[in-house]
Design a protein around this ligand. Sequence first.
Ligand SMILES: [Zn+2]
Length: 427
Amino acid sequence: MAGIEGGGYGEKCGMVIVKARYLIPDPEQCIENGAVAINGAKIHRVGTFDEIKAWSDNNTLVDLGNAVILPGFINIHTHLDLTNLHNRIAPTNNFTHWVFQLLGARIRWKEADYTASIEKGIQLCLEAGTTTVADIANTEYSFSALKKSPLRKVVYKEIIDLNPDHVQDVILKVQSELSAYASDSLFRTGLSPHAPYSVSKELYQAMSQLAFQAGMPLCTHIAETQDEIAFLTNGTGNFPGFLRQLRAMPPDWQPLGLTPIHYLKGTGILENHPILIHCNYITDEEISLIKSSGASVAFCPRSHRFFGHTNHPVRKLLDAGINAGLGTDSLASNDTLSILDEMKFLLLHDAISAKDLLAMAAVNGAKALGMASEVGQIKEGFEADLCGIRLPDGNSGDVYGRLLDAGSKNIFTMVAGVICYQSSFPS
Ligand SMILES: [Zn+2]
C-alpha cells in the first residue's frame, strides 16, 4: 500500500521515514527498498528500509511505492515572475524581438499580477520536485512572494543600467532595497547584474565589489546570443538599435573589443564564483577562463531550444571539469518549470548520461549556490530536501533509464523536513 500514515501537508513532524522502491542519495549509489529518516529539518539516517525499521518502528511513515527518492532538484536559473506569460510569447530566434513581446505582454501588470505569476511559479516548482530555486527578481514582489514560500531560494536582485554615470545611484538603491529582506534558513539574497548589453562595465565592477563585501552570491546572463558578441566586440548586431528604441544607449558608448567571458574577467565578476547563465556561445579559451575562475554555468536546455540556438557546449564544460547545473529559465521561453523534464530532454538530445544529469540537477546546483554542504545529496546531517519520482509501470530497463522515461513523474516534495507537495497516486 502506498500512502502516508500520520503527518500531513505542510506539517513538521518530529520524525518521519520516507521509503520507496529505490533511493538514489547521490548519482553513484542506488539502494533498493531504500528509506530516509528525517528529524525536524535534517536527514537523520539513510539506508534500506529494513535497516531504518530495525533502528526504530515508531515513526510517521511515508511510503512512495514504485518510486525513486532523490535529492530535491535545484533549479539554478528561473524568472518566476514570468510564469503567467506561458504561451503568450511566440518562439523566435530574434532575442530582442522576444524582449519586446515580453515587455508588451505585461505592460499593464500591477502588483497583484506579478504576485499571482510568482506564486503560480512557486507551486509549479514544488509540484515538479524542485526544492531550491535561484530566481531573478525584476521587482520587489519576487522577494516578498518567495520569502513567504516553503521553497529554499536565492533571490537575485536584477540590476540594469548601461549608463556609467548612474553607478553610485544604483548602488544606493540596491543596498536600500535589499536591506528590507533579511536572510533566514530558506532565503538568501544575491545580485544579478543582468547582461553585458544592459549593464555598464563600471556597474559590473561595483556589483562585484558589493557582492564581495556583503558575501552575497552573484549571477549574470552571459554569451547568450551572437548579437551580444557582435555588440561587445564591435558595436554591431541588433542590440544598438534595440537599446536606442528603449532610450537605454548612452550616447558615447563604445564597444570594448572583447568577447563575453574576457569582458567579464575585466570586471572582477569571475573572481566571485558567479553563476554564468547560458554560455551558449563561448570559445575553448573562454572555457579555460571559466574553469580557472571556479565559476559555475547554468544551462537551460529547453529555453536554449526555444530560441533556436546552435549546440550548447555543455559536454565540453563537463569534460573541462566546470561545475554546470540546470535551469528552466521562465515559462516565457519554456513549457514547464520541471528540472526532470530538462533531464529527459538532455538525455534525448545531448546524450549526457543519466548519472551526469542527476549530478547537474542537484549536487552541481548546490555547489553553484554555495550550498554543497547543506543540500544536493541525501546524506546524514544534510537538510531534508527530497523528491520522489514515480516510475512508469513495468520492470524493463534499469532504474536510471526508467527514472528518465517519458512516463516518470514527481509525486512528492519535501523541503527542510516539511512535505510541500504529495500527489494522490494509486496503491
Ligand atoms: Zn534569465
